[in-house]
Design a protein around this ligand. Structure first.
Ligand SMILES: [Zn+2]
Length: 95
């Protein structure tokens, strides 16, 4: 899976915006199962950091999953962000 675009979140505490480029992510194919149309793959990236506003520095946790099913096709995403709100998601390319 190739990830493109930008992932952006806004800190719940201080409203600082944090942006991530695909280079900063590390998606791994954590899940795989056989379904009626073949293999289903779950890609996952987990990341924890402290808000880079020094006066805030609250912990922010990202749990980002992208599900590919059938192989080569986007199925759905599950994005859980603790301590911030998502404002923009990546795009995905499976070719
Ligand atoms: Zn903050």
């Amino acid at each position: 899976m190739n990830v493109t675009g930008t992932f952006a979140i806004t800190c719940d505490h201080c409203e600082t915006e944090h942006k991530f480029s695909p280079d900063e992510t590390d998606f791994e194919s954590e899940y795989s199962s056989e379904r009626s149309m073949g293999e289903e793959i779950g890609w996952e990236w987990k990341y924890e950091f402290n808000c880079d506003n020094a006066e805030c520095a609250k912990e922010i946790e990202i749990e980002y999953q992208v599900w590919e099913y059938p192989v080569g096709a986007y199925n759905h995403e599950i994005i859980n962000v603790n301590g911030a709100q998502k404002t923009e998601s990546f795009q995905y390319d499976f070719h």
